[in-house]
Design a protein around this ligand. Structure first.
Ligand code: SAM
Length: 383
């Protein structure tokens, strides 16, 4: 089925919204104000999922996507928008989730801090590998086929160089079972997981706001280093006191600065490599007032008696915090909570529970850690 539509705005998930014949239409890779001829790919109840067949009249907010893989590669879905429009769309996505999912009426004003680099910013990536097709790159949009990428315009130059090195490697050197490669860049090189041929899981470091973090490609580290200072500043604000929990703490991005402000810090992290690095990062600078537990946050709340705390910082993955974690936090009743999130929809779902449990939103800030995609990092302070 084909339709002619006008795109009204960008919705959570990054799709354009239009209406036609009493139906709601979600269109991938659209710009607000576009007049489009679209093909309906899928229908679910009153919602049609569509892709662009022809741009009848482009929105003034639309630009020519500079990347030759755009549309096919599943990596970037905002390259068709000017950078200002991307930022405005992300603010609207956050507001939409807070309004529709968290049922918030009075949403505090906030800004989305732009990334200093809107291209060549990524210091971490996962490259998919298809031995049979001899392709290296990212999954194609909506598929498990690997889009063969020669040059990825959002990779930092050192990672782009490594992509070229991996691509130039003899296929006989690729281990049979190698399906994807995690890569991360630090100040002193690039680390790969799993290691193969000459690509090693080397230890790296990165300094943010004077703290040195060690990590490797087996542990989570944030994708965009240029906004980590402002992210930490806002997430911690003026927090200080006796005791704090840093849930989903990774290699300790927030744990180290928290350990300088609180007497007792407990970090919880499920990934053993990340938890090991968090301990090492604390130990190296003599921060003995923080301990890091290797466990899922749910298991930790279930199995360990948790002492009262003044402040909880949580930074879960896209799926958000498990119900048992929100309940665990509500049972603890910290005076303040800082929720760092990379997915506005699950953030809003969890905020709804925290607000029902007696907390109120104090302030919000967002950081564009992921230019050229619909993803955005949001921090919410609750009291
Ligand atoms: C968004 S990252 C944040 C890490 C850290 N706060 C940072 O900014 O670098 C989420 C972290 O949660 C960890 N994780 C995922 N699921 C978890 C769970 N159920 N319990 C504890 N940690 C988990 C991941 O390994 C990852 O390190």
């Amino acid at each position: 089925m084909h339709l002619e539509v006008e795109v009204e705005r960008i919705l959570p998930g990054g799709v354009g919204l239009a209406h036609a014949g009493g139906k709601t239409v979600f269109i991938s890779l659209a710009a607000p104000g576009d007049r489009l001829r679209v093909r309906v790919d899928r229908e679910q109840g009153n919602v049609l999922f569509a892709s662009i067949e022809e741009i009848i009249a482009p929105s003034p907010l639309r630009i020519e996507p500079p990347c030759p893989y755009f549309g096919r590669c599943g990596g970037c879905d905002f390259q068709q928008l000017t950078y200002e429009t991307q930022l405005a769309a992300k603010a609207e996505i956050i507001r939409d989730c807070l309004h529709r999912i968290a049922r918030l009426e009075n949403i505090p004003d906030f800004v989305v801090t732009p990334s200093p680099d809107d291209w060549r910013y990524r210091m971490r990536a996962t490259w998919q590998i298809d031995r049979e097709q001899r392709t290296v790159g990212y999954y194609e949009r909506g598929s498990r086929r690997v889009c063969d990428v020669v040059d990825c315009a959002v990779l930092r130059p050192a990672l782009q160089e490594k992509l070229e090195e991996v691509r130039a490697t003899e296929w006989s050197q690729f281990p049979e079972e190698l399906k994807h490669l995690d890569v991360v860049q630090g100040e002193n090189g690039v680390s790969f997981a799993p290691a193969f041929d000459r690509f090693e899981t080397s230890e790296l470091s990165l300094t943010v706001r004077g703290e040195v973090y060690h990590f490797n490609a087996e542990a989570f580290f944030q994708i965009n280093p240029s906004l980590l200072g402002p992210l930490i500043d806002f997430a911690l604000a003026d927090a200080s006191g006796e005791s704090v929990l840093d849930l989903y703490c990774g290699v300790g991005l927030f744990t180290l600065p928290l350990a300088r402000r609180f007497k007792n810090v407990v970090g919880v992290e499920a990934n053993a490599a990340a938890a090991r690095y968090a301990r090492k990062n604390l130990q190296r600078v003599g921060l003995a007032n923080a301990r890091v537990i290797t466990a899922t946050v749910t298991d930790w709340f279930r199995n360990d008696p948790v002492d009262p705390v003044d402040f909880v910082l949580l930074d879960p993955p896209r799926a958000g915090a498990e119900s048992a974690v929100i309940k665990g936090i509500l049972d603890l009743r910290p005076a303040a909570i800082s929720y760092v999130s990379c997915e506005p929809a699950t953030l809003a779902r969890d905020l709804k529970k925290l607000i029902a449990g007696g907390y109120a939103i104090d302030s919000i800030a967002a950081f564009d850690l992921f230019p050229q995609t619909h993803h955005v990092e949001t921090v919410v302070h609750l009291r």
